[in-house]
Design a protein around this ligand. Structure first.
Ligand code: FAD
Length: 583
């Protein structure tokens, strides 16, 4: 590989070693801020606060992004739905953040065409949809990759020949963005670490520390060793997403802020459903099923149901898979998609504010997020979405700063709008291509394509941004790491080493589900490579044979849960595939 790749600087380590060393020092360290939860919200708060100079610790009972922040539709979007309700402020906020995130992390905010089809003037006539899109683009101050395009009659059928022609009036093509939610969270957490925050995954808050009726820290438990530590902090923020009420409950006060609902996605091979754009298939309840092209796969979701099951294992049911397949078969009647086409699935809980919750004013429900400061000083942030996480984080840290200023501490303003996320330097979109502008520039891109092929080259740039050099540098030093892990997916073995050393991957599941998406994209969910990946990780992390087997057993349990819907699938479900689109 090119010389620049071999000599690329290795960033400072972000690994289990750093985590363990810091955990050992917790009892003797005091912090300005403890953030509970390392989803996108917690990571955003930790980054913002650390960049303002605060001493920050962020803990999560699992991996970074192991909650809802790896279970979204993976879109960075303005929310067309808000337009329907004339919530122009919300749309403006979201589309502005979409543009901002595109500047801060171009690799993680991928422009994507969408097609909004109209059947028999439903959900609205084509001209009304087009008008809505004009407003959407105006609110974005026209910072969109391309302007929308109205397609009617034959032109629409030509552009989308596999769509159901029955009653098809045409529709509108417009642009929004896709992301990798877990990697966006990871990049944000990494930025927090680089700014000095202590990032401690697999560290669960089991109790609050309370002095004179004020929350002053928490007792945390190392999920690997069981050891407890006391973490002291002047301010504590609860950013535990769907677990918000449970975390509040650790103070033995019953609180109800949320009414989480469940959303499920399925993954199909792209050759079974070739799409030139994300198709928005309207459902009866004003929501959409998105069919999102994503490299060699199509991601399809979501459903929306109430949930009272296990928050730590939210899985698709046969009924939910059936309803998504039915929506697809209605929109694409020639596709004849069935359960055997589904290679993976995931479920997540929306941390929605309950309109009947404690301390909730009705505006909070429409604003999507809610910030509460209790009498004992605990600050809780709940709700929100990936797209606006940076703004939400700034609001929380402003509140934290106000508290610290009361104690005489100087805290600056939010600096996050102008500083790129890790990987965001040295890369930018030119038309439909993400190109390297850093060391090596276009020559490096050309070499990357020549060496690894266009799919892997695209994947490396999109996943790692300007830091792809670090990944291929590892492959240059050890050529076997330049091979693909799974033949029809673009991931390289070098990414396993990178994940362990630079991305705080600690378990096999961290690597197979969130640093890569092998678990939801591989036709066998990664079963044929899991042992080899565990072997490699074990070598890097010093696992014994028993450790390695425990990792494999845990991961196999995760996959069994993910795939459990198949056991409940019945022939009756399969017959129900040909439904008209709801629109
Ligand atoms: P989480 O990511 O759930 O993080 C909370 C963390 O707290 C978890 O990691 C958990 O392990 C940790 N935790 C809990 N209890 C404890 C404890 N006691 N000690 C330590 N840690 C603890 N938004 C968009 O912008 N675009 C989309 O396309 C989109 N699609 C979505 C689709 C679905 C189906 C869903 C469910 C949501 C979607 N969202 C989308 C919304 C977005 O995903 C969420 O708002 C966001 O991920 C919530 O992040 P969070 O950090 O608040 O929560």
């Amino acid at each position: 590989m090119a010389q620049h790749a071999l000599t690329a600087p290795t960033p400072s380590s972000f690994s289990r070693t750093t985590r363990d060393a810091r955990l050992g020092q917790l009892d003797d360290t005091s912090f300005d801020l403890l953030v509970i939860g390392a989803g996108i919200t917690g990571a955003g708060i930790a980054r913002d606060a650390a960049m303002r100079g605060l001493r920050v610790a962020m803990v999560d009972k699992g991996d970074l992004a192991s909650g809802t922040s790896s279970a979204s539709s993976k879109l960075v979007h303005g929310g067309l739905r808000y337009l329907e309700h004339r919530q122009f402020g919300l749309v403006f906020e979201s589309v502005s953040e979409r543009a901002r995130l595109g500047e801060l992390a171009p690799h993680l905010v991928r422009p994507l065409p969408f097609f909004f089809p109209v059947y028999r003037k439903r959900p609205r006539p084509v001209w009304q949809i087009a008008l809505g899109l004009s407003i959407y683009e105006a609110l974005a101050l026209y910072r969109v990759p391309k302007r929308h395009q109205t397609l009617r009659g034959a032109r629409a059928r030509e552009a989308f020949p596999t769509m159901n022609p029955d009653g098809f009036d045409g529709g509108v093509v417009f642009w929004d963005c896709a992301t990798d939610d877990a990697r966006l969270t990871l990049a944000t957490a990494r930025a927090a670490h680089d700014a000095g925050a202590w990032v401690l995954p697999y560290t669960e808050v089991v109790e609050f520390v309370v002095h004179r009726a004020r929350v002053g820290g928490a007792v945390v438990r190392d999920r690997f060793t069981g050891a407890s530590h006391t973490l002291s902090a002047r301010v504590v923020v609860n950013a535990t997403g769907p677990w918000t009420d449970r975390t509040l409950g650790l103070r033995r006060q019953r609180s109800r802020l949320l009414r989480p609902t469940k959303g499920v996605h399925i993954v199909l091979p792209a050759d079974r459903l070739p799409l030139g754009a994300t198709i928005t298939i309207p459902r009866e309840d004003e929501h959409f099923v998105f069919a999102i092209p994503s490299g060699e796969r199509v991601l399809v979701g979501t459903t929306d149901t109430d949930y009272d099951g296990d928050y730590d294992s939210v899985q698709a049911t046969a009924e939910e898979v059936r309803s998504l397949l039915a929506a697809l078969n209605g929109a694409f009647p020639g596709a004849h998609l069935g359960p055997d086409d589904v290679v993976g699935s995931w479920g997540g809980l929306r941390p929605l504010i309950s309109p009947h919750g404690d301390h909730v004013d009705p505006m909070a429900v429409s604003r999507e997020h809610h910030l509460v400061e209790d009498e004992d000083g605990l600050i809780t942030i709940a709700g929100g979405k990936l797209t606006t996480y940076r703004l939400m984080s700034a609001e929380v840290v402003d509140r934290v700063a106000r508290r610290l200023r009361e104690d005489g501490m100087h805290v600056g303003r939010c600096p996050t709008a102008a500083v790129r996320l890790p990987g965001g330097d040295g890369i930018r979109w030119e038309g439909d291509a993400l190109v390297t502008t850093g060391p090596g520039g276009r020559d490096a891109d050309a070499e990357l394509v020549e060496r690894y092929g266009p799919d892997t080259a695209r994947h490396l740039r999109q996943a790692h941004g300007g830091r792809w050099l670090d990944v291929v540098g590892r492959a240059a030093r050890e050529p076997a790491l330049g091979e693909r892990i799974v033949p029809d997916l673009p991931y390289l073995w070098a990414e396993i080493d990178h994940a362990v050393h630079e991305e705080l991957a600690v378990t096999l599941e961290d690597v197979l589900r969130r640093r890569t998406q092998i678990q939801i994209r591989a036709r066998d969910q990664g079963a044929s490579v899991a042992e080899a990946v565990a072997e490699r990780m074990g070598g890097l992390l010093g696992w014994s044979d028993a450790d390695r087997q425990a990792q494999l057993d845990h991961w196999a349990g995760c996959v069994a849960a993910q795939e459990s819907w198949r056991e409940d699938w019945s022939d009756a479900d399969e017959d129900d595939g040909q439904q008209e689109p709801d629109g």
